[in-house]
Design a binder for this molecule. Structure first.
Ligand SMILES: [Zn+2]
Length: 325
């Protein structure tokens, strides 16, 4: 808690106290008002004693953002009361359901294209972004991204990114313009240290895929014969600079070719010895990848699970596969 915040919180509490007293004078629900008055007085007492902002159980500082939101808070996140734990869990459950609704169907097919994805948050919600959006002329967009940070904050940014891109894609802009606009919006409407890596792919009926890769790990282009090409980034992450140009590249997929996109939760996953899964292992797996996107994704997820062993996931994981039938 910053020292400057304390007088403000004290004023807020004194104001609450006055309001409670005026309600008490009108004798509405007196027992509850008395209980609230006692809570406010106890908090003011802790301010005077210098113990304000410390957890009543472990005496460590309470998280500053929680204290600002509710100066009456007496426990750190580790020592919430059962009622507070239930309320927090309900908030998280609802956030999860809202985020799930932002995701597209897990598989789509259109005009020779077959696309599927796997989305797995490390916690209740994810900072990964994934979307599949049909275009106007038998074309389609696939998107994968990773916003900075983790947990609820990252999930809020992910939903912001989702709304921005869905709106911009409906305008049918050239791909680089689309990403430039998304980057500007994201930069102007988020905190300075917040950004997102993103790949936006546009698949046309001809078999061409135009890709704009804003600082995201390189997708793999897997030819039907097993050769692999890494498609490196064509720009910086979006939201890092408010003005900046993005480039794209176009690759043509023939029948049986695949594109494999992923977030760093895949290649940076560690096993029990702290060894990373890594892009080399992914390439080795990909060189023998065959079949429909769902089959390829399942093989990736199985291989990752065999490599990792027991450790809990520390990062969100998304895998997206595009195939040309
Ligand atoms: Zn505590």
């Amino acid at each position: 808690m910053e020292a400057t915040a304390l007088p403000t919180l004290r004023d807020q509490l004194l104001d609450r106290r006055r309001q409670l007293e005026s309600v008490a004078a009108a004798s509405i629900g007196t027992d509850e008002i008395e209980r609230l008055l006692e809570t406010v007085d106890a908090t003011l007492g802790r301010m005077n004693a210098g113990t304000f902002g410390l957890c009543a159980t472990c005496h460590d500082p309470i998280e500053p953002d929680r204290l600002l939101a509710d100066p009456l808070t007496q426990y750190c996140l580790d020592h919430l009361t059962p009622v507070e734990q239930r309320a927090l869990q309900q908030d998280l459950d609802l956030a999860l359901r809202i985020q799930r609704e932002l995701l597209p169907r897990t598989e789509i097919a259109f005009d020779g294209w077959d696309i599927a994805y796997h989305y797995q948050p490390a916690g209740p919600v994810s900072g990964d972004y994934c979307d599949l959006i049909p275009g106007c002329t038998n074309d389609g967009y696939f998107l994968i991204g990773d916003v900075s940070g983790k947990g609820i904050a990252a999930a809020i940014l992910m939903s912001h990114l989702s709304a921005t891109l869905r709106t911009l894609i409906s305008l049918d802009l050239p791909l680089c313009d689309l990403i430039e606009r998304a980057s500007r919006v994201f930069c102007e409407t988020t905190l300075p240290n917040h950004y997102a890596t993103l790949i936006c792919g546009h698949a046309s009926p001809s078999g061409d895929v135009e890709l704009c890769n804003a600082g995201h790990p390189p997708p793999l282009l897997i030819r039907a014969g097993g050769e692999i090409e890494r498609l490196e980034a064509t720009g910086v992450p979006i939201g890092m600079f408010c003005h900046g140009e993005f480039a794209s590249r176009t690759v043509r997929l023939a029948s049986g070719d695949l594109l494999l996109l992923y977030t760093d939760g895949l290649v940076e996953a560690e096993n029990e010895s702290g060894v990373e899964y890594g892009i080399e292992r992914l390439c080795a797996l990909a060189s023998s990848a065959k079949g429909r996107p769902k089959t390829v994704i399942d093989a990736c997820v199985r291989d990752l699970a065999a490599f990792r062993g027991a450790p809990a996931f520390r990062d969100d994981l998304t895998i997206l596969v595009v195939s040309r039938a």
